[in-house]
Write a protein of this length. Structure first.
Length: 202
């Protein structure tokens, strides 16, 4: 899957194109946008790539003795397993029963039930291991819009890499670099992960 289709970008943001001849290139640019922009938003690198899409993560946390654990990626969709082990072996005996906790998907919180056998996330360095899936199962329109704007910019300026000005119609015009556009960053702003979530602090 991809966060947008070539047809969405071509028809909505690259009206200079007709037909599907450039769709392979557009698909490549969409994939690169997903990697670059999701990292910008604080989504962690997983298997050498970052993505907005639903993905499987294995993360380790320092237990604080409370009954609530903040995951690093939201929305959090499913929990595969939770281990609590101050010795960091994460064997079968440290597996927390799925009936012991509740997942708040929107906030990315693993909440131990009041009657849980576990009781608390034991204090310790990397004492908690969680395998879970998180990310968007349906990509929000705002991200698709940001993708369309940025991919259109990249496509139109792919021959101007490294140039600040280009000659056109007997004159010279300034061209923007290939970094994320201000309008793209503005569209992505609601999806940036902050604080204990993701990799963006601030």
């Amino acid at each position: 899957m991809a966060i947008a289709t070539a047809a969405q970008v071509r028809d909505g943001y690259l009206r200079v194109l007709s037909g599907t001849a450039e769709d392979s290139l557009i698909d490549t640019l969409i994939a690169r946008f997903d990697d670059i922009s999701s990292a910008y938003c604080g989504f962690p690198v997983n298997s050498n790539q970052s993505t907005f899409e639903n993905n499987t993560y294995t993360h380790y946390f320092d237990g604080d003795g409370s009954g609530v654990l903040q995951l690093r990626v939201i929305p959090a969709n499913t929990i595969t397993s939770v281990h609590v082990d101050v010795d960091r072996d994460y064997g079968a005996s440290s597996l927390v029963a799925s009936s012991d906790y509740t997942l708040d998907t929107n906030e990315g919180l693993v909440i131990l039930n009041t009657d849980s056998t576990q009781g608390a996330f034991d204090k310790g360095y990397r004492s908690v291991k969680v395998i879970y899936t998180a990310g968007f199962t349906t990509i929000p329109d705002g991200i698709v819009h940001a993708c369309g704007m940025q991919v259109s910019h990249w496509y139109r300026n792919r021959d101007n890499i490294g140039f600040q000005n280009v000659s056109q119609q007997g004159g010279s015009i300034r061209v923007d670099g290939l970094q994320l556009l201000a309008s793209t960053r503005q569209a992505l702003a609601p999806y940036r992960l902050a604080g204990a979530i993701g990799g963006f602090l601030g």
